[in-house]
Write a protein that binds this ligand. Structure first.
Ligand SMILES: NC(=O)c1ccc[n+]([C@@H]2O[C@H](COP(=O)([O-])OP(=O)(O)OC[C@H]3O[C@@H](n4cnc5c(N)ncnc54)[C@H](O)[C@@H]3O)[C@@H](O)[C@H]2O)c1
Length: 437
């Protein structure tokens, strides 16, 4: 990828469309409204609260990221979305039960105006849901065409300058890439013949990219991880990224495991289990959707700990992940990790983590950052896979010949260095030898 020659300014309005208007999406929409009205600060959002050091440590140049690189203003965002349930964003947020009534009432007026467009939905991909607010079409290709029309209509109606799409829909059943995903012509033919391995999420991705709109994948679905869609993104000069927002237990895993490795401490086993009771949990109760999530969650440790490079430390560890749908907890997940490690002379030790988290509270600022950074990438003509946004994902996309980078701290360094690189600033290597000349 070449350094951007110029970055178009973020003038005008930015549409943020989410396929899926459930807990994460409505928590984002409500939160942005509360921040706009001065009721809250955007905690958890790197684009809004983060800073970036420029030049030497002695220069004291540490602007906020959003002042260093021009990002769309929160006041210029217009939200929309699709969902197989017809609830507006207020009703959906009440059902999701993430935010308290007093917070929701402050955003109620705006949320009630955000009504979902009919979804391209197929129950065989999300077995535990049964929505009625769905598109009809003879073929999957027809459905994709309808989504394209939705995008055009939304842009026109809201007088938008630009758009981004972030998938906040349910986790679909596990799919493996096959020949019909291998190139654009086969993919389009498969849409027209209703091939069973074309998932609804792929139709949104295809539609967005065809309209020149960036697409970020927040679920562990295959969606944009196929050559046909990667090629389309390149052809249309549009950025894509994914997949599966890195919140909760996997975020914790990518904080702790680099620490173990940094100290060359060994690992015998890592057992993660959690209870959650939101709609996401209900969807993940289906073994097909759970398999998709499990694959996404298992990858991080292997890549960070590199068992092949450190066989004595990480060659034989057991890694188990369990998700349990437990309605009383709603969105307030509790995640337990039992980590069996060993140190000097092989002596065993244990670490126990009990994270009482709130899934959508952790995910909402990630969606905001992704929307703003994907818009930035588009304005800078950075097309195809945006590996610098790995920071936000459990299963980061990368070029086929690379392995994904999972270590949160390397991911953050990569993200900030990408911003410096885009703006022609020196990259920061943390060498610091010049201070001692
Ligand atoms: N909350 C987190 O911390 C987190 C972390 C990583 C990934 N995710 C993923 O983000 C997604 C959203 O999570 P959530 O908690 O908001 O779930 P949710 O169940 O509350 O919302 C998902 C919404 O998507 C809708 N949907 C399903 N299929 C659709 C389709 N084909 N088109 C349009 N809408 C569709 C559902 O009706 C539902 O309203 C899930 O896939 C989840 O696995 C969430």
């Amino acid at each position: 990828m070449r350094r951007p020659v110029s970055i178009a300014p973020p003038k005008g309005k930015l549409g943020v469309l989410t396929p899926g208007m459930g807990a994460v999406s409505t928590t984002l929409m409500a939160g942005v409204e509360l921040v706009r009205r001065g009721h809250s600060v955007p905690v958890g959002s790197l684009t809004q609260m983060g800073t970036i050091r420029l030049g030497k440590r002695t220069e004291s140049r540490v602007p906020k990221i959003k002042d260093f690189i021009k990002l769309a203003e929160l006041n210029d965002i217009v939200f929309g979305g699709w969902d197989p349930y017809p609830d507006n964003a207020y009703e959906a947020a009440v059902k999701a039960g993430v935010l308290e009534a007093k917070d929701l009432s402050n955003a109620e007026k705006v949320l009630k105006t955000i009504k979902p467009m009919k979804a391209a939905f197929d129950r065989s991909f999300v077995k535990n849901l049964d929505g009625t607010h769905v598109k009809k079409g003879k073929t999957k290709f027809d459905l994709a065409e309808q989504i394209r029309q939705d995008i055009r209509d939304f842009k026109k109606k809201n007088k938008l300058d630009r758009l981004v799409v972030v998938w906040c829909g349910s986790t679909e059943v596990f799919l493996k890439a096959e020949s019909i995903h291998g190139d654009l012509a086969s993919f389009e033919k498969a849409m027209k013949t209703n091939h069973p391995s074309i998932a609804p999420s792929m139709l949104y991705a295809y539609a967005a990219l065809s309209e020149g709109v960036p697409f970020a994948n927040g679920a562990p679905n295959l969606t944009v991880d196929i050559p046909a869609i990667v090629d389309l993104a390149r052809m249309k000069n549009v950025p894509i990224c994914g997949k599966d927002f890195k919140t909760g237990q996997t975020w914790m895993k990518t904080l702790l495991s680099p620490g173990l490795k940094a100290r060359m401490l060994g690992l015998n086993g890592w057992f993660s289990t959690n209870i959650l009771g939101n709609r996401d949990g209900e969807v993940l109760d289906d073994p097909g959707s759970f398999k998709t999530k499990e694959e996404s969650k298992l990858g991080a440790l292997e890549f960070i700990l590199q068992p092949k490079v450190y066989p004595e430390l990480y060659g034989k560890f057991t890694h188990k992940v369990r998700i349990n749908y437990y309605p009383p907890r709603g969105d307030n997940k509790e995640g337990w990790d039992n980590i069996d490690i060993f140190g000097w002379l092989g002596y065993p030790m244990q670490i126990k983590v009990d994270f009482l988290c709130r899934d959508s509270i952790l995910a909402a600022p990630i969606v905001l950052d992704l929307a703003l950074f994907m818009d930035l990438a588009q304005r800078a003509s950075m097309h195809g896979i945006q590996e610098w946004l790995s920071f936000y994902f459990k299963s980061p996309m990368c070029a086929p010949e690379l392995y994904p980078e999972h270590d949160l701290f390397i991911q953050l360094m990569k993200l900030k260095n990408t911003l410096r690189w885009m703006m022609g600033e020196d990259l920061i290597t943390h060498l610091g030898a010049e201070y001692y000349d």
